[in-house]
Design a protein around this ligand. Structure first.
Ligand code: GLN
Ligand code: ZN
Length: 749
């Protein structure tokens, strides 16, 4: 147990491969094009590549078991035997049971998918009951450890720690409390540690990020107790407890109080951890793993500042290792693939591969001095700043974020729109057919010229408008055929944004996203959506809804600049959208929807930070939407119904109509909204578009009856839960038919 930790490490590395090889392999396996053996072989190649990369970069403490066919929480569930009976009883192979938990099988719905802290990664939520029979299954961790060793790499297996695992789990039965099972689970982790120790593993990494969020004294005590017990295990490896995404607060002294050999703190998202370490007194005998290189954002590290912070830690602890602030899973793989990026931007960026070099450089500079560090970057090019935008921002007044009183707005809008009670609408997108995707790809590749492309898209808009008229919807949409993605599309048309060619990041399972990079002041070069919306409106007398993505969502799904407060970038984005709203209005668009599905996602992890966030987030939305006249109707859309802490913020958005997810939660959200005094329009989704199932007419009537009992019919909208882009036309037509007929039935009654 005496082996030193090493000087430099990362907490994890992207597993999808530089060309999304894992995505392709896994999807081929699902489609039956390759067998399990071929999938395993491709995966082994990817793992070997990562280990070689890390070793060749001269990282001296290398993680393993960070590979996953789908998700590391799911892998941990398997490692501790937490496979719900409903999957075990399917009698599938281990691999297919695993994928059944991830994706569902036959009639068995998948485990719930939810966001990993405040990142855009999603994990599968373990289902833990009083009867979950935990049992150690260290095969994957051992297998990867041996694989690395065969390549000459002595690695450190990584697992989600027992406390975080249970804190992120959900109970099988409502009265169960997963965290109550901690003692049982710790026994199983003890077994795993014994197996790893017996195989020669010297260090194991247990991730406990749940302790950077608000935790009760009892939960912190339980954490302390768990690690005291794990440290007492005979023949175990050294234990490294990794934390990330923020400050540990009271959990820091608790962890330092245990005999764990190493503790990792995030000094990027949680600079206050430095104070916490200093306050803890001399850290004898412990390795502090200092997360100095940002694992969440794409900017190069200010190495001199990082060395200064690292030096403070060196003064406190016997041994310090330099690390990424969190796993590099959240970054694109390698900047060297981005040959088309503006060189001025490129030299300021670092993706996962480059961050590893930074870690190594830092660890050397910490020991040998900063003389070997590269020169600091020159100031950003003047062209990245836009004086006009900065001037507008400086001149903003509170009234720019206010509209007229709601009753007056509602009357003016009704006079202009003349809608029936229980108006029907959709959330924006219509099915994205292969044909549409092909047309966009051909256009991008230059094989379809601008005119021909516009014609194709207009034909689609016309088709969607005619369909909606035939189905009898009241407020129509153009269908969003021109959009690859609701953020990327706007990013491509705004100053201050750059797109990458290969900058893929895993979002969940085989799904990857390519977030744009916001590097400069955001400005609109020209109207973005006005042509599409006005074309759609020219085809029909019914109102067509303009369709924009809100400022907070655009920031949440991009890599953001870190040289100014997020609030300022949000306001710049909001000004561009404000101009777009005004242009849509001037062009005769009477209803405009500004989607903010990410409003709740970016909520800070600590309650103490949430108010400040919600203030600027709501402020940016209002800046974007308050430039229009009273008789223009503003809608917003949120993809969820459990508003929790953000419920009053949703009211504060002051949108005329809010559409939300509700079909799975049985309309309960309407009571929550009523309880806080929300009195404007609301469209609780009556059709769960995440499933191909067509809701029956009676089901929709039933849902609407529950809704009208809470919300008066004039304020109640009838719509699906979300956009229809992933659905197919037959389901869409049948479902909308039921929806429209149900609305008509309720109007009549
Ligand atoms: N308007 C978008 C759509 O319909 C909204 C998508 C979303 O909320 N995620 O596709
Ligand atoms: Zn949605």
């Amino acid at each position: 147990m005496s082996t030193a930790f090493g000087q430099s490490t990362v907490l994890g590395y992207p597993r999808i491969g530089g060309n999304r090889e894992l995505k392709k392999a896994v999807e081929s396996y699902w489609a039956g094009r390759i067998d399990a053996e071929k999938l395993a072989a491709t995966s082994a190649t990817l793992r070997a590549e990562v280990w070689r990369t890390l070793r060749d970069a001269r990282l001296d403490a290398i993680p393993s078991n960070t590979f996953s066919y789908y998700d590391h929480m799911l892998d941990t569930a398997v490692a501790v035997g937490a496979i719900p009976h409903r999957f075990a009883r399917l009698g599938l192979s281990d691999l297919d049971t695993y994928f059944a938990m991830a994706r569902g099988a036959d009639t068995e719905p998948a485990l719930e998918l939810t966001k990993w802290f405040d990142t855009n990664y999603h994990y599968l939520v373990p289902e833990i009951g009083a009867d979950t029979a935990f049992a150690a299954d260290p095969a994957k961790a051992l297998g990867e450890y041996r694989e690395a060793r065969d390549l000459g790499v002595e690695s450190r297996p990584v697992l989600v720690g027992p406390a975080t695992f249970l804190l992120l789990a959900k109970p099988t039965e409502p009265h169960d409390e997963p965290f109550d099972r901690l003692a049982d689970l710790v026994d199983v982790y003890a077994d795993i540690l014994r197996s790893l120790g017996a195989a020669g593993v010297q260090w194991v990494q247990l991730d406990e990020p749940a302790y950077v969020t608000d935790r009760s004294a009892a939960e912190i005590d339980a954490l302390r107790g768990a690690y005291h017990r794990l440290c007492a295990v005979q023949g175990r490896p050294n234990i490294f407890v990794a934390t990330y995404f923020g400050e540990l607060g009271d959990a820091l002294p608790a962890l330092l109080d245990t005999p764990v050999e190493a503790l990792g703190v995030d000094l990027v998202a949680g600079p206050g951890n430095l104070r916490g370490l200093a306050g803890a007194g001399p850290l004898r005998g412990k390795t502090i793993v200092a997360g100095l290189v940002d694992g969440r954002n794409v900017w190069r590290t200010d190495l001199r500042a990082a060395v200064a912070a690292g030096a403070v830690v060196t003064g406190l602890a016997d041994h310090v290792a330099v690390s990424s602030s969190c796993s590099l899973l959240h970054l694109p793989v390698d900047l060297s693939a981005e040959t088309a990026l503006d060189p001025a931007l490129r030299r300021r960026l670092a993706f996962a591969r480059q961050k590893v070099d930074e870690v190594v450089l830092l660890s050397r500079a910490l020991r040998n001095g900063t003389t070997s560090l590269p020169e600091p970057l020159p100031p950003a090019p003047a062209g990245w700043y836009n004086d006009a935008v900065r001037g507008r921002l400086a001149a903003l007044r509170p009234t720019d974020r206010q509209r007229g009183a709601y009753p007056e707005r509602a009357a003016a809008q009704q006079a202009r729109l003349n809608l029936p009670p229980l108006p029907t609408t959709t959330i924006g997108s219509f099915p994205q057919t292969d044909e549409l995707r092909r047309a966009r790809a051909e256009h991008r590749a230059g094989r379809l010229d601008a005119d021909a492309y516009t014609q194709r898209m207009r034909a689609e808009v016309e088709h969607v408008i005619r369909l909606q008229e035939r189905l009898g919807l009241d407020v129509l949409v153009h269908g969003e055929p021109e959009r690859n993605d609701m953020v990327q599309y706007f990013g491509e048309q705004l100053d201050g944004f750059a797109a990458t060619d290969h900058g893929w990041v895993q979002s969940y399972g085989s799904r990857c996203v390519r977030p744009p990079i916001i590097y400069g002041d955001v400005a609109r070069r020209a109207p973005i959506t006005v042509d599409w919306s006005t074309y759609a409106q020219s085809l029909t007398d019914r109102p067509v809804k303009g369709m924009l993505t809100g400022p907070v969502t655009i920031l949440a799904w991009s890599f953001v600049r870190n040289d100014q407060p997020l609030a300022d970038t949000a306001d710049q984005m909001a000004l561009a959208l404000r101009d777009e709203c005004r242009d849509l209005e001037a062009a005769g668009i009477r209803v405009i929807q500004v989607d903010e599905p990410a409003l709740r996602e970016t909520l800070p992890l600590r309650r103490a930070d949430q108010k400040a966030y919600l203030d600027w987030a709501v402020g940016a939305f209002r800046l974007a939407t308050c430039g229009v006249a009273n008789d223009t109707q503003i809608h917003t859309h949120l993809c969820y119904s459990e508003f929790g802490e953000v419920i009053t913020a949703i009211d504060a958005l002051d949108a005329d109509v809010t559409s939300i997810e509700a079909s799975r939660s049985k309309m309960e959200v309407l009571d929550d909204l009523a309880a806080i005094g929300y009195r404007r329009g609301v469209g609780p989704g009556v059709w769960d578009i995440h499933s191909p199932r067509v809701p029956s007419h009676d089901e929709v009537v039933e849902a609407l009856r529950r809704a009208v009992a809470v919300v008066p019919a004039v304020r109640l909208w009838v719509n699906p839960d979300c956009g229809l882009k992933t659905r197919a036309y037959p389901e869409v037509e049948a479902s909308i038919e039921h929806l429209v007929a149900a609305a008509a039935e309720l109007r009549g009654s």
